[in-house]
Design a protein around this ligand. Structure first.
Ligand code: ZN
Length: 237
């Protein structure tokens, strides 16, 4: 086979592999980003739970203080029972005490509810936290795997680029420039094979019998008349 055609076939091999690796090198950092994003979401849930527990704790303190005030109010009202001058005042203070009792009962109920809520939130928070810890550990491992893969891909890319560069030097500059132009215009495939089915593997259009004969002879690089890619004859396996 023509030496230039052989070089073109080699270059196509390099460029196909390079394109796949470059896609991989672009994809892997996104995978790391997704790992971080999922972890941040999980952390947000834990933080929200903590905030809710904090708010509940504060609410509880406030209600407890309110209850102290009500209790003091009740003691004061009860003391006044001994100071009243007549029945009217007496019943007035009694009904005041009754109202305070109800207020106190209501406050106690609220406190009980808040204590239950706090207990539940604390338990949920603990669970969420331990789930988060497990996720963080998993994320660390996952990220390490991806980073290792990325490093391997980048190392392979660097090696391949060097090899491709030196292989490309075998081609005259105009031919290399043509090849690269076709590569860009034809979605990364500039060199296409033709087999016994007599179609260009790049565009699937039939090749004239006359051209097939020339291809088989492979005296010089030939272009597909339809898609403009370089063609080469591939013997049936
Ligand atoms: Zn073609």
């Amino acid at each position: 086979m023509d030496a230039q055609l052989l070089t073109l076939i080699d270059l196509q091999g390099f460029d196909t592999r390079l394109a796949a690796l470059e896609a991989e090198a672009a994809r892997l950092p996104k995978q790391i980003e997704a790992i971080h994003l999922a972890l941040a979401e999980a952390k947000k849930i834990v933080d929200a739970l903590k905030l809710k527990a904090d708010t509940t704790r504060k609410d509880l303190r406030t209600k407890e203080k309110d209850l102290e005030v009500v209790t003091a109010k009740r003691a004061k009202a009860e003391g006044r029972l001994w100071e009243v001058k007549n029945n009217t005042e007496y019943s007035a203070v009694l009904s005041e005490i009754e109202a305070i009792k109800q207020e106190k009962a209501h406050g106690e109920e609220e406190i009980l509810g808040l204590m239950e809520l706090q207990e539940r939130l604390t338990a949920e928070g603990r669970e969420a936290e331990s789930r988060l810890k497990a996720r963080e550990e998993q994320a660390r491992q996952d990220e390490a795997v991806v980073r290792k893969k990325l490093a391997a891909v980048e190392a392979e890319l660097a090696g391949l680029r060097t090899d491709r560069q030196s292989r490309a030097q075998a081609l005259p500059r105009p031919l290399l420039a043509d090849y690269e132009k076709i590569l860009k215009a034809r979605s990364g495939v500039a060199v296409a094979s033709v087999t016994a089915s007599a179609v260009c593997s790049g565009c699937r259009v039939s090749i004239r019998p006359q051209a097939i004969q020339e291809l088989k002879a492979a005296q010089a690089p030939m272009l597909c008349e339809n898609c403009g890619r370089y063609l080469y004859w591939q013997e049936p396996a």
